[in-house]
Design a protein around this ligand. Structure first.
Ligand code: PMP
Length: 476
């Protein structure tokens, strides 16, 4: 086994280049090489078992290897694994489109067209190009070139998606290549400059006391110019650090977007498919966007597939004679891939057949209970939870909410320790992300939280000791 590990790790380090990874560090590390997975667990080539506490980067819904999804993929593989969606339709793609449209019937205004792509970034790329072209094709309107997004928003890595994102670490270097997009204050209550109320556990009170300054700022921006679209991650901004929006925010900004005739793009790449407690997060605020981007959990965490859903109004703007050139000239080789669509259909069927939403509601309460003790740790500044998504924000100083020096990589240290104890997750800066698949048991949630508690406790006290020593040396 160890020989096999050595061989595979050697090949990995010699030939591959991992995403978001400083490879000089990776090459010196002992990377985990996975070979199989089952339910909430993944197993490495050395036979070690890990609880997948971030659902394989937020993609997995019902657990690894769910028999319904596996069977659907196998069955489809025997029939048609891929054919071009350019010029042909295919069985699972038609069925899935109908299913997705039907799911949006619960929203106040239905969405009725599905444009397939491959992952979250491409779903956003489609939304960006579609909304831009939509305005180009409006007879009575001047073209609209600019987009609005929230501070700290992340919408993917392709250039269009990066343009909509406002994470300086990722978009800074690429600024000269990007489409113009403005940012507006996000409803990040823990760091709200207008309201120093306590963190998320008092969120209900916070929402009552707050004057919605962030909504007023968004309103001001939307009125200041004609934006092509306002793009928002509803309910939870993932890469911003699992920033849970206060209830009511989405409904308010959606109303303003509508009043200012700005298209609303909702990026539900992370929040949809049960992650925040419902099929779509926007349903909780009774909001329908003009464009809805889906990916990650769409196939239950099995195949790369994404979809951008839109309204009849947007779709109609692209219709005309060919020579009018209103066509949406966009697509990929694997658009509408039948294996992905078959997996997605099975994934959606499981929600209906296995009472998944009830289970999520129960697990949400268990997770909240198990996270409670973490508030007692002196360097836990905030704990934010929505559905089965949680972010634990570590800070150097609890009172001032002052962060650790980023070079200390406190979040990474905590996750490294947790990994040694068999719990796999990734931090976002100093926010520890917990996002287990829905098949996790209450005991497994307890275990995840206990491991994270210990890892935070050990890592923060080690750093405090180090910083105290450094201080003492400085004084001498
Ligand atoms: N939007 C959101 C909200 C995301 O969280 C992500 C990925 N973390 C993306 C878009 C990009 O998705 P992908 O990595 O599948 O391209």
């Amino acid at each position: 086994m160890n020989q096999k590990y050595r061989q595979l790790a050697k090949l990995d380090k010699k030939y591959t280049w991992h995403p978001f990874t400083q490879m000089s560090e990776w090459i010196k590390s002992d990377p985990i090489i996975l070979t199989r997975a089952k339910g909430p667990h993944v197993f490495d080539v050395r036979g070690r078992r890990y609880l997948d506490a971030n659902s394989s980067i937020w993609t997995n819904t019902h657990g690894h290897g769910h028999p319904r999804i596996r069977r659907a993929i196998e069955k489809q593989l025997r029939k048609l694994s891929h054919s071009s969606y350019l010029g042909q339709g295919n069985e699972p793609a038609s069925l899935l489109a109908e299913k997705l449209v039907r799911l949006t019937r619960k929203l106040p205004r239905p969405l009725n067209r599905v444009f397939y792509s491959d992952d979250g970034s491409t779903a956003l790329e489609v939304a960006l190009k579609m909304s831009f072209q939509y305005w180009l094709q409006q007879k009575k309107e001047k073209p609209r070139r600019r987009f609005l997004a929230l501070e700290g928003s992340y919408h993917g890595d392709t250039l269009g998606a990066v343009s909509l994102s406002h994470v300086p670490l990722f978009d800074g270097k690429f600024k000269p290549l990007l489409v113009k997009s403005d940012q507006v204050m996000a409803p990040s209550c823990y760091r709200c400059p207008f309201n120093r109320a306590k963190p998320a556990r008092e969120n209900a009170m916070l929402a009552r006391r707050c004057n919605w300054e962030c909504v007023a700022l968004a309103e001001k921006k939307l009125k200041s110019r004609k934006y092509a679209a306002f793009v928002v991650e509803p309910a939870v901004q993932g890469v911003a650090g699992m920033v849970v929006h206060p209830p009511g925010y989405l409904a308010r900004i959606a109303r303003t977007a509508r009043r200012t005739n700005t298209l609303l793009i909702l990026d539900e790449v992370m929040t949809a498919f049960g992650r925040t407690g419902t099929m779509f997060a926007c349903a909780q605020e009774r909001v329908t966007p003009d464009l809805l981007c889906l990916a990650k959990g769409l196939t239950g965490g099995t195949m790369p597939l994404a979809a951008t859903l839109t309204t009849e109004r947007v779709f109609q703007a692209f219709l005309g004679e060919f020579h009018e050139l209103k066509t949406f000239f966009h697509g990929h080789s694997y658009t509408g891939n039948p294996l992905g669509c078959a997996a997605a259909l099975a994934n959606l069927e499981i929600f209906e057949r296995e009472g998944t939403f009830d289970r999520i509601r129960r697990l949400e309460r268990v997770l909240a209970r198990c996270l409670e003790p973490l508030w007692n740790l002196p360097h836990v500044g905030d704990i934010r939870q929505k559905g089965l998504v949680a972010g634990i924000e570590l800070v150097k100083n609890w009172k001032t909410r002052g962060p650790y020096p980023w070079q200390e990589r406190m979040g990474a240290k905590v996750c490294h320790l947790a990994k040694k104890k068999g719990v796999l997750t990734r931090p976002i800066g100093d926010v520890i992300v917990l996002m287990p698949p829905y098949c996790v048991t209450p005991r497994q949630i307890e275990r995840i939280c206990r491991v994270i508690y210990d890892a935070i406790s050990l890592s923060t006290s080690a750093l405090e000791r180090k910083l105290a020593r450094a201080n003492e040396n400085d004084r001498r």
